[in-house]
Design a protein around this ligand. Structure first.
Ligand SMILES: [Fe+2]
Ligand SMILES: [Fe+2]
Length: 527
């Protein structure tokens, strides 16, 4: 038996909701609520029509968390870990988030059109995560003062009424901590434009906290992206990654994570997907309460969501829902996610302003990497929809390597696409990329690496598919076109065209030192 009175074997027999309920009863604490608000329900309208709206999260006043005498003076609490993401409409909405080490009163954002004019002040909401220290597995040194409960305060301001294609500047603070008096950093962000135009976005997965993760974070900045996709396994605070209440877990790893990425994430919207290391049974029946307190999902209320930027639509999925390999949350949405995906793809393909559909999620549809290879649940539930609606590009993580397939239809190669090739997804199918080399320890391939400048074609490759019952079904693979064992980042350039001409999406893979290791161009005739 573990310290929590449950073994991993027992936990594995329970659904995520059952684990959460067991934990809730075992701890009989009221402080496990997933979120709370200060200034709940208030909408503040500024002079320029900018609005800040409270979220619909469960309401709890942060003021009740600590007795008044224990509440720290706000002047000693410094906001950190700024990270932003789009609202449902990236041309007009942005969600700003940050963290405070202790409860604060009246958290706010100051925002304006120039760094010298942060004339509007908008209230922020607080979402609190409360974790008994005895439930954690600290990875850091033992503190001199060891609180029995770890409280994490995430502040969120959801901005609406912004102008398309406009750069805004902001600082954050709270009662007792005025960013102007403290010479705080002024950050900026830029909303999506209302018209089609060229832009770049970046993507990776499996980051964690390491010097390699620092390096890939800064590689993002070097690409000047409009936004960044994070394909899951974000901080590895949940260290085991099985989604079990008995897994090792240190919530404070998230503090270090947000500090690590703030230099980029304060300015570039980060759109995260749930990896297996994001299933945290401590906070909610679906295991996603922790992620929901820390991030925003483009104005949507669940870990599968979509947004569009110019001529590109991005769908983020929660592959824990379909994973046979790590089944803690298998089927948790009751089929809702896959039904939503079908609707979303159908609606997006009807839109004349959308050329390309990019889908990101954690577990790989197609990978030969020795550790996790391919996820049969993804192939069973989602790949037929990707084929039916002509998804152009799928971005995965989970395997800590870089790998790209030839374009596929029904799991079969339609054409060879070596680095530098142009692919026409409308006729040749979907390109699948694994970009799981963002900073956590690297995995390996059963076959030799093969990438730009070091091509070593190997086919077929003996690999496996994760199947029901956590079985691994052997398969012989002919679709693995590019393999690279190293840290990596995807940079994707969109070059939209006018009706009847060809829009291009250039997918570039960059190694941990900034050098290009792969490139493929996706081309579509504009409807
Ligand atoms: Fe990972
Ligand atoms: Fe993973």
């Amino acid at each position: 038996m573990t310290k929590q009175g449950m073994t991993p074997e027992q936990a594995a027999q329970l659904s995520m909701a059952e684990q959460h309920e067991w934990f809730r009863r075992a701890t009989s604490r009221r402080s496990m609520l997933r979120g709370g608000l200060v200034g709940a329900g208030t909408a503040i309208v500024g002079a320029a029509g900018l609005t800040g709206t409270a979220s619909a999260a469960p309401v709890r006043s942060a003021a009740s968390l600590l007795p008044t005498a224990d509440r720290p003076n706000g002047s000693t609490v410094v906001p950190f870990g700024r990270h932003i993401s789009y609202g449902a409409d990236p041309t007009r909405q942005m969600s700003l988030a940050w963290q405070a080490r202790a409860a604060v009163r009246n958290p706010f954002v100051r925002i304006g059109r120039s760094p010298q004019d942060l004339g509007q002040k908008l209230h922020a909401d607080v979402r609190v995560l409360s974790t008994l220290a005895s439930d954690t597995s600290p990875i850091d040194s033992v503190a001199l003062v060891s609180p029995t409960t770890i409280e994490q305060y995430y502040l969120h301001a959801e901005l609406d009424g912004l102008r398309p294609g406009e750069t805004y500047y902001y600082t954050v603070g709270h009662d007792g901590w005025d960013p102007r008096a403290n010479l705080a950093v002024v950050n900026s962000f830029t909303t999506a434009p209302s018209k089609r135009g060229a832009f770049t976005f970046t993507a990776f997965g499996d980051q964690g906290i390491s010097y390699d993760a620092v390096a890939t974070t800064h590689l993002i900045a070097g690409q000047h992206p409009a936004f960044h996709l994070h394909a899951g396994d974000v901080s590895y605070a949940e260290g085991t990654g099985h989604g079990l209440i008995t897994d090792s877990y240190d919530p404070k790893v998230w503090d270090s994570f947000f500090q690590q990425v703030e230099a980029v994430a304060a300015t570039v919207p980060w759109q995260v997907a749930a990896g297996n290391h994001e299933m945290e049974p401590w906070y909610s029946p679906d295991g996603n309460g922790g992620l929901a307190a820390r991030f925003d999902f483009a104005g949507q209320q669940q870990t599968y969501y979509s947004f569009s930027y110019g001529n590109v639509a991005v769908i983020t999925l929660d592959a824990n829902d379909v994973s046979y390999e790590i089944p803690a949350n298998n089927g948790y949405s009751g089929g809702k996610q896959t039904a939503w995906l079908k609707q979303e793809l159908a609606a997006l393909r009807k839109r004349s302003d959308i050329d390309f559909i990019v889908v990101q999620f954690h577990h790989c549809a197609y990978s030969t990497c020795s550790s996790h290879a391919s996820e049969g649940g993804v192939r069973q539930y989602w790949v037929p929809l990707f084929d039916a609606y002509g998804v152009d590009l799928v971005i995965n993580g989970h395997n800590h390597v870089y790998e790209r397939t030839d374009p596929l239809k029904g799991g079969s190669v339609t054409t060879a696409a070596p680095s530098g090739a142009t692919v026409t997804p409308a006729t040749q199918g979907t390109t699948y990329v694994v970009a799981g080399g963002a900073g956590n320890s690297l995995y390996s391939f059963p076959a030799k690496d093969s990438y730009d400048g070091a091509v070593d074609d190997v086919s077929p490759i003996a690999s496996f598919v994760n199947s029901p019952g956590q079985a691994k079904t052997a398969e012989s693979v002919a679709w693995s076109r590019v393999r690279y064992t190293g840290y990596c980042l995807l940079a994707i350039d969109s070059a939209p065209a006018t009706r009847g001409r060809t829009s291009k999406l250039t997918v570039r893979a960059i190694d941990g030192f900034g050098a290009e290791i792969d490139r493929v161009v996706l081309a579509r005739t504009v409807k």
